[in-house]
Write a protein that binds this ligand. Structure first.
Ligand SMILES: NC(=O)c1ccc[n+]([C@@H]2O[C@H](COP(=O)([O-])OP(=O)(O)OC[C@H]3O[C@@H](n4cnc5c(N)ncnc54)[C@H](OP(=O)(O)O)[C@@H]3O)[C@@H](O)[C@H]2O)c1
Length: 299
């Protein structure tokens, strides 16, 4: 039976380390790590995410500001705000909550964020650094970075000789996950909707990362016995057993089916999800250290 990887606990450990390190930075340099979260429009899910990021930042002892802009904000106005935050010495990390309203070009906004404050790791400079293995100075997107930390806890930092398969090739999860695994010496294959014999490919994986967005797609007979399985997917499905109209969250992996086969497995919720916000805090702390000319802690 697989070990359940407790993402909640590991995320709490990361946050504790961030808190302690932030307190030390403040004491030694007088610099308080600062994060600005920008949200445009009224999307309820985005509001919830942004509120929880602000709460976590305050818990870490950060200076935390939120800019809530109306839906009709123009692209130029948003660019101006990002430029102001780029120039603000009290802000070390800038996060623009996605998705943005359709009339705003997200790409332009992301490329306007200073690469040194790009704690989401979406700027081309940071994408390029990750792609070329410049991990010491890159910012890595939080979800794959958190997934990598979970893998590290099970298998250690050096994945030499292990085969990894990442299912999903998005810019925010699949591709950075591929690059991180490669940087840790795994032999990596990335799969997507056009891949032939996906179950056969997955069965070859010592490390299987699912980032697809298809509820419970990965079944026991896709998984190599003893494999480490990281489920990034978050899918809401009907749960009539909980009452009429009720729903529940499931991953891309069929947890109950896969648990008897895998060696270690993340649950949904309570796996990768909590790691994402913890890594956002870690990246902001790192940004503050770099701006102060201090060596940031390792996570
Ligand atoms: N835990 C977290 O904090 C967190 C953060 C981000 C995302 N997520 C979740 O992770 C999942 C993936 O997110 P994303 O943003 O990467 O999604 P995305 O941009 O929609 O990408 C999904 C990827 O899955 C591939 N795919 C779709 N159907 C497939 C199939 N039947 N077989 C093989 N590959 C298939 C797609 O292939 P093509 O490229 O060929 O279309 C694409 O590369 C979602 O459930 C999302 O909610 C969780």
């Amino acid at each position: 039976m697989a070990v359940t990887i407790d993402g909640k606990q590991i995320a709490e450990d990361v946050v504790s380390k961030v808190k302690a390190s932030a307190a030390e930075l403040i004491e030694v340099t007088g610099i308080t790590p600062g994060i600005a979260v920008v949200i445009v429009g009224e999307d309820p899910a985005s509001q919830v995410y942004v509120a929880s990021k602000g709460r976590k930042a305050r818990e870490c002892g950060f200076h935390s500001v939120q800019h809530t802009l109306p839906e009709q904000t123009s692209e130029d106005e948003l660019v101006k705000l990002v430029e102001t935050l780029n120039a603000d010495p009290a802000i070390h990390g800038i996060l623009v909550q996605l998705p943005l309203p359709k009339h705003i070009d997200s790409g332009r906004i992301i490329q306007t964020i200073s690469p040194d404050k790009d704690v989401d790791g979406f700027h081309f400079i940071n994408v390029g650094k990750l792609g070329t293995g410049e991990l010491e100075t890159a910012f890595v997107p939080c979800t794959p970075e958190g997934s990598m930390l979970l893998i590290d806890r099970i298998l250690g930092r050096d994945l030499s000789g292990l085969n990894a398969v990442v299912v999903g090739r998005s810019n925010i999860v699949g591709k950075p996950m591929f690059n991180l695994l490669l940087a840790h010496n795994a032999t990596v294959t990335i799969a997507h909707s056009k891949t032939k014999d996906l179950p056969g490919l997955c069965r070859n994986a010592d490390i299987l990362v699912a980032a697809v967005g298809r509820p419970q797609m990965i079944k026991a007979d896709w998984v190599k016995p003893g494999a480490t399985v990281i489920d990034v997917g978050i899918n809401r499905i009907p749960a009539p057993e909980r009452g009429e109209g009720k729903t529940r969250l499931v991953g891309d992996v069929d947890f109950a089916d896969v648990a008897p086969v895998a060696g270690a497995l993340t649950p949904v919720p309570g796996g990768v999800g909590p790691m994402t916000i913890a890594m956002l805090m870690a990246n902001t702390l790192v940004a503050a250290h770099r701006s102060a000319g201090k060596t940031p802690p390792r996570f």
